[in-house]
Write a protein that binds this ligand. Structure first.
Ligand code: SAM
Ligand code: SF4
Length: 332
């Protein structure tokens, strides 16, 4: 079992399988474009499978595949298939922008990837293009409906919180009410040098807005380690709402996460620039002993909390993200 210095049990691994993406979301990628990692730097299928095996032996019971966009990664379903074969009881999950989901739904179902988070920031095709840089709104909506209709997935729609999210709330609720999905609003985190703090909307502002629009009931017993859960009943319908406030209400004390980047680095905090190189050792030796040692040392040094919003703090290596990795490389 992996337990850090603050007695947090780390049993959830988020695995970024690629830094590549078929969208260019403004909050995730820099406007000047990104240079993708050379092919050789990115872990191969069997390397992901081996590393996930190492973490599983340490008691990790939940793996979420993310990216970049995981579904653009060649051989992605092969990773899922082998991980499922090796770890029949592992809770496997996926976060995707949904563009290529139609081709993946059967495989995800077959390999029991039940928890599916799809990112969709808007119900307007025009705003979708403005946020993502691509005209894929209709395709994503079509794929979300396919996923809903398959009645297999535990589906969450993730959106980054902007003032426009509030303006569009009725459209979201009208569309998703009665469809057994959770709408999750994530406070925007400051990735990259182009972060515009004036457009930040807090989760408290969202909650206040929802209260003004209908009945909002907190569902404490459904809270997850990161999300506050609510039931909302408004004129456009009823819906489950999750609020994820990494900026204004830190959830670091409940954090159970580790992150494996697509180039084989272990991160113990999304917001820390500190990384532990697993790839070099992975490629040097067939023996997992040295990997085990690095993982134990990394877990031991996991910072107590992030210091976003406190840019002058450096301290234990969990500082503001200004020069940290791109979100698309880390895996959100
Ligand atoms: N490409 C996939 C997707 O978009 O779902 C997976 C990777 S993406 C980095 C994972 C999640 O991170 C998405 O839900 C995205 O909205 C979120 N995200 C990206 N940049 C963010 C930011 N600056 N603040 C908050 N959430 C962010
Ligand atoms: Fe958008 Fe996800 Fe791609 Fe980032 S990784 S640009 S959030 S689709």
């Amino acid at each position: 079992m992996l337990t850090d210095s603050f007695n947090r049990r780390l049993d959830y691994l988020r695995v970024s399988v690629t830094d590549k993406c078929n969208l260019r979301c403004i909050y995730c990628m820099p406007p000047g474009g990104v240079e993708f990692l050379p092919h050789d730097e990115v872990l191969r299928i069997e390397e992901f499978v081996r590393l996930i095996g190492v973490f599983a032996r340490f008691g990790v019971r939940k793996v979420r595949f993310t990216g970049g966009e995981p579904l653009v990664r060649k051989g992605f379903m092969g990773i899922v298939e082998q991980v499922r074969r090796n770890h029949p009881d592992m809770d496997l999950c996926l976060t995707t922008n949904g563009i290529l989901l139609d081709e993946a739904l059967d495989g995800l179902r077959q390999f029991g990837v039940r928890k599916l988070n799809i990112s969709l920031d808007t119900m307007s095709a025009e705003r979708y293009r403005a946020i993502t840089g691509r005209d894929e709104f209709d395709r994503v909506i079509g794929n979300i409906i396919r996923a809903i209709e398959s009645r297999f997935f535990d589906l969450k729609i993730n959106m980054v919180l902007y003032e426009e999210s509030l303006i569009e709330m009725d459209d979201f609720i009208k569309f998703f009410a009665g469809r057994n999905v959770t709408l999750r609003f994530i406070e925007r985190m400051p990735f990259g040098d182009d972060y515009d703090a004036s457009r930040f909307v807090s989760s408290d502002r969202l909650v206040e807005y929802l209260r003004s629009r209908g009945d909002l009931t907190r569902n404490h017993y459904k809270d997850t380690s990161v999300a506050q859960m609510y039931n909302f009943r408004g004129i456009s319908g009823d819906i489950r709402i999750g609020v994820i406030p990494p900026m204004t209400h830190k959830f670091c004390s409940r954090c159970n996460r580790l992150r494996l980047t697509c180039d084989g680095m272990l991160k113990t905090c999304l917001h820390s620039p500190v990384e532990f190189d697993l790839k070099t050792v992975l490629r040097e030796s067939e023996d997992d002993e040295r990997l085990n040692d690095i993982i134990v040392a990394a877990v031991h040094s996991k910072p107590e909390a992030h210091r976003l919003g406190d840019p002058l703090e450096v301290g234990d290596g969990c500082m503001a993200i200004v020069r940290n990795r791109l979100m698309s490389r880390t895996g959100g």
